[in-house]
Design a protein around this ligand. Structure first.
Ligand SMILES: [Mg+2]
Length: 289
């Protein structure tokens, strides 16, 4: 059995990192704009709620295409809030934030937010370390023992994947391969798209398609449905991947309800077959086949 797995958010837990980055952003705004912290935090949450109400406008936008929705990944929150401000959003406090950010010498909220994001992430990782979820070594050993093949396909660089697996005592080879810089996010053209729960999801993802076609996995697991699972779902439907291939969402506390709800739809129409709360549940899925 071949498992094609995403990395960040599946083998790592990013919830703490996302909460730290959001709170750091609130503290920076509070300081730069002279706002009480609780006011800045409450207004930030208001902007984020407004962004969640417009999922077709907010999320991850590389190359001018929306490749993942804001409510699928907590790490997209600050970017979405900045876009909301730049788009002229009118939730309480938005005008004050725009004026304050401009007075602080920034051309846009996006520029301001980008400047804050990287240092906050580095601070968190320095203070908390960056490692695989507990139990990863045992899981890899048992998957190997069961004869499963594991291919990690990630947008992160292969060197980062290798370091984190090595730090956990897991070496490449013997059924484990690492494929970094996968560019799952890359959308070539506006069409084709598919609708899932009224979301327009892009399917012209040539780099990810090529990897999936080559690997022919029996199971694909990821934590962001539009980014990790929509392409294999479409390829299964069109016959480019096996009809028995399983689509698994690693569900966290903040997973999008619309993505989790996909499991109740007919197999041909859904982009998630089942949800698991941890990558450690892969072992049971392998045994159950
Ligand atoms: Mg991920």
């Amino acid at each position: 059995m071949k498992i094609l797995s995403d990395f960040d958010g599946v083998w790592t837990d990013q919830g703490g990192e996302a909460r730290f980055i959001n709170e750091s952003f609130v503290l920076e705004v509070s300081r730069d704009l002279g706002l009480p912290v609780e006011v800045a935090r409450s207004e930030f949450e208001g902007f984020l709620r407004a962004a969640h109400d417009e999922p077709d406008r907010h999320g991850w936008w590389p190359r001018g295409f929306l490749t993942a929705f804001v409510d699928e990944d907590e790490l997209l929150a600050t970017g979405a809030v900045c876009r909301y401000l730049d788009d002229g959003g009118d939730a309480r406090g938005a005008g004050r934030w725009r004026d304050g950010i401009q007075r602080a010498g920034h051309g846009s909220a996006h520029e301001y937010g980008s400047e804050k994001f990287g240092p906050a992430m580095r601070t968190y990782l320095q203070d908390h370390g960056h490692g695989l979820v507990e139990g990863s070594l045992g899981l890899c050993q048992r998957l190997r023992g069961a004869g499963a093949e594991l291919v990690i396909v990630s947008n992160s660089p292969t060197s980062k994947l290798r370091k984190l697996f090595n730090d956990a005592g897991i070496e490449e080879g013997d059924g484990l391969r690492l494929v970094g810089d996968a560019r799952k996010w890359w959308i070539e053209n506006d069409e084709p798209c598919a609708e899932f729960a009224s979301r327009r999801v892009h399917l012209d993802r040539p780099y990810y398609r090529e990897i999936l076609a080559r690997e022919q996995p029996d199971l694909v697991i990821g934590d962001v449905a539009s980014l990790d699972l929509a392409m294999p779902a479409a390829m299964r439907k069109e016959g480019a991947l096996d009809p028995t291939m399983q689509l698994v969402l690693r569900q966290g506390p903040s997973s999008a309800a619309w993505a989790v709800g996909q499991t109740s739809l007919d197999r041909a129409e859904r982009l998630v077959d089942r949800c698991v709360s941890s990558v450690l549940e892969l072992e049971g899925l392998v045994e159950n086949r």
